[in-house]
Design a protein around this ligand. Structure first.
Ligand code: GCV
Length: 650
């Protein structure tokens, strides 16, 4: 276990979580190397604390727990057996042994009692990854971590990799304990200093990779498509040029010399100003395949992001619809991507709003490998100042069936943009740790009930006494956030640039393609095939039909797909305008109620954590009231329709 300053929060791996293991006799058998060493160290530290005993590779004396590595096939699966008063974890690969250990930690005393049982556990998705939008140097506008709300970077400090990587190792440990197995260590917006991580600064990445390797985490790197020009001095980055291909082959060979188990590249190309193959008249498949070719000899993968749209559109142009863009760009390329190229698609067609439909690109490219990208960092969901547990949203996405098969089964990988920084609590808002944990557990088992995952996290982090209260505060927090912010799937309405707090027209006359089209009569974007942008027709049946008509479109997405009058009656029986008023009053009341519940937990939760959340609740409530009053006033003034309940609107 890494040695961290006392001030760093153990998150859900509290010392108490290891009591059951630490008070017993354990044998760790088979294998060697950093991951097996970590397993042994974990048990040894727990035993030192709680009086138990651990042996490694000794002849089996009496023991309560056997952690048994039977092979070296790299498998992540493990078998848990409870038999004859003894608990055994068997794995044929080192990662499986590690995941089996953390399974026992999660079970606590339950791992050591009860009936005979035998269960095999294996992850549903092979790649469970966090992408960090960390800049090596502090960026003048975006700071060090782009869309980061938890302090500086865990990896980078003063323009270089941190000298002391204990915290990185501890991060790897937290990630492994919830099933995550890969990390991309730098921002997809690759600035010049960051570009050099690929070449002369690869040693810094190797040091980070070494710290993460101890917990089975593979390291990936975001690279600039223009690297051959920017770093190599070539005249072009054209993916079909022999010299360019040779440059990437050479650079990649050096990366693998430094990091033999390197995971691969992440690329944001032709997106929000990042360079890409369009500049050379090449397709995105040609761009991705060139990098896939360089990685292929070493078993690496290129994650090619599908976030390609026109960010300089004319707001007057009603024919361009940003929601359509990813599908329009990529579906024609299905079947053209190399087998080690993975198309990384944001879960919604826009940009991580509190409510979006599932991207129609998911399921529309059966001959292309798919990674679904979620956002743990709460850019549009309260920026880790508001409680917003995203488990239910992610679970809905993963269970959605675009064409009969759930999203989770269509995907090869699940990726989340990390919400972690060098903050004492890792995530700024202590309750945002639950998003990190939930992401890992859902990536392992996407059909899990998210509430069970929440309870698991609460139990590990808080113990039993405050558990019911913490659950009350968190379980409905995503829907509460949705209530007091942009209504019925219309999205945005945030302050431009930093994206925090309300500004109904903040993006309405901008080039970003994120409009709501509210006027005195109605609101929403007509994305129907009959009269709108045709976006609804990008879905397979039945969704194309469900979304096409306001009569069948689910209420929560109505304004994403349709422009309707304020008097339009929802399936709920309320008019759109009354829904807006009601949900905004309700949302604030729910925050007030959650804040009271949290206040009642004083003394049951450690003082610092309690104080940090209390302070954040003050801000959440202030901001929720601001949202309520701005949204309600805006729509009252636009529509002239009074609130049916006569509440005060400004
Ligand atoms: C890393 C949104 C964010 C950007 C982010 C981008 C992306 O536009 O606001 O900060 O850039 O998504 O996903 O590439």
């Amino acid at each position: 276990m890494p040695h961290l300053p006392e001030s760093v929060d153990p998150a859900w791996l509290t010392p108490g979580a290891f009591r059951a293991i630490g008070s017993r006799r354990t044998l760790v058998r088979g294998g060697e190397g950093p991951v097996v060493d970590s397993v042994h160290e974990e048990v040894a530290e727990a035993c030192a604390r709680f009086g138990g005993h651990v042996e490694r590779d000794a002849s089996p004396g009496p023991y309560d727990l056997l952690l048994d590595l039977t092979g070296d096939d790299g498998s992540e699966a493990f078998t848990f057996t409870r038999d004859d008063g003894r608990t055994t974890v068997t794995a044929s690969g080192r990662p499986g042994l590690l995941y089996g250990l953390f399974h026992v930690v999660r079970l606590g005393e339950d791992a050591f009692r009860g009936e005979a049982r035998r269960e095999t556990h294996r992850p549903a998705l092979g790649l469970r990854m966090l992408d960090h939008w960390d800049n090596v140097a502090v960026h003048p506008v975006m700071g060090q971590v782009e869309r980061g709300y938890a302090g500086g970077s865990l990896f980078w400090e003063d323009g270089r990799a941190r000298g002391n990587l204990e915290r990185v190792r501890a991060y790897g440990r937290l990630l492994a304990s919830c099933g995550i197995n890969a990390v991309a260590v730098n921002n997809v917006n690759v600035h010049r200093a960051e570009a050099r991580l690929l070449t002369d600064r690869i040693g810094e990445v190797a040091a980070i990779a070494c710290a993460l390797r101890a917990y089975g985490i593979r390291t990936h790197l975001s690279v600039s498509f223009a690297a051959p020009v920017v770093l190599g001095g070539l005249a072009t980055a054209d993916p079909l040029e022999g010299g360019v291909r040779a440059w990437w082959a050479e650079a990649t060979a050096r990366v693998y010399e430094a990091i033999p188990d390197f995971g691969g590249y992440v690329v944001k190309a032709d997106s929000e100003g990042q360079p890409g193959p369009f500049a050379y008249g090449r397709s995105h498949a040609e761009g991705a395949n060139m990098l896939a070719g360089a990685l292929e000899p070493y078993g690496g993968t290129v994650h090619w992001r599908a976030f390609v749209y026109d960010h300089r559109q004319d707001w007057r142009d009603r024919t361009t619809d940003r929601a359509r863009a990813a599908y329009d760009h990529f579906v024609p390329l299905d079947g053209e991507f190399a087998s080690n190229a993975v198309l990384q698609v944001k879960h919604g067609p826009m940009d991580f709003q509190v409510r979006e439909p599932v991207s129609p690109l998911i399921g529309a490219m059966p001959a292309t490998r798919l990674a679904v990208e979620l956002q743990a960092t709460q850019e549009y969901t309260g920026q880790q100042r508001h409680v917003c547990w995203l488990g239910p949203m992610w679970s809905e996405v993963l269970r959605f069936r675009p064409d009969g098969t759930p999203v989770a089964e269509l995907a090869d990988a699940l990726v989340a943009v990390s919400n972690v920084g060098d903050d004492r609590f890792w995530t700024g808002h202590p309750l945002a740790q639950a998003n990190l944990y939930t992401f890992g557990r859902l990536a392992w088992r996407p059909d899990a009930d998210p509430l069970e995952i929440l309870d698991e996290w609460i139990g590990l982090t808080f113990g039993t006494e405050p558990a019911a209260g913490v659950r009350t505060v968190m379980e409905g927090s995503w829907r509460t956030y949705e209530k007091y912010t942009a209504p019925l799937g219309v999205g945005f309405m945030v302050q431009p640039g930093h994206h925090y707090g309300p500004s109904v027209d903040g993006y309405e006359y901008s080039p970003w393609g994120t409009y709501h089209f509210a006027d005195r009569d109605g609101i929403g974007v007509d994305r129907s095939a009959a009269t709108g942008t045709g976006y609804a027709a990008q879905y397979a049946k039945p969704w194309a039909e469900v979304y096409e008509s306001p009569e069948t479109c689910p209420d929560e997405l109505l304004l994403f797909f349709h422009h309707v009058p304020y008097g339009h009656v929802l399936h709920s029986g309320r008019t759109v305008i009354q829904h807006i008023y009601d949900t905004h009053f309700e949302g604030v009341e729910e925050v007030e109620a959650a804040r009271r519940v949290w206040a009642s937990l004083v003394g049951l939760v450690d003082a610092e954590r309690h104080a940090r959340v209390t302070e954040r609740f003050e801000e959440q409530l202030r901001c929720a009231r601001e949202w309520r009053d701005q949204i309600n006033s805006y729509f009252f003034r636009k529509s002239g329709v009074p609130d049916a309940h006569g509440r005060r609107i400004h």
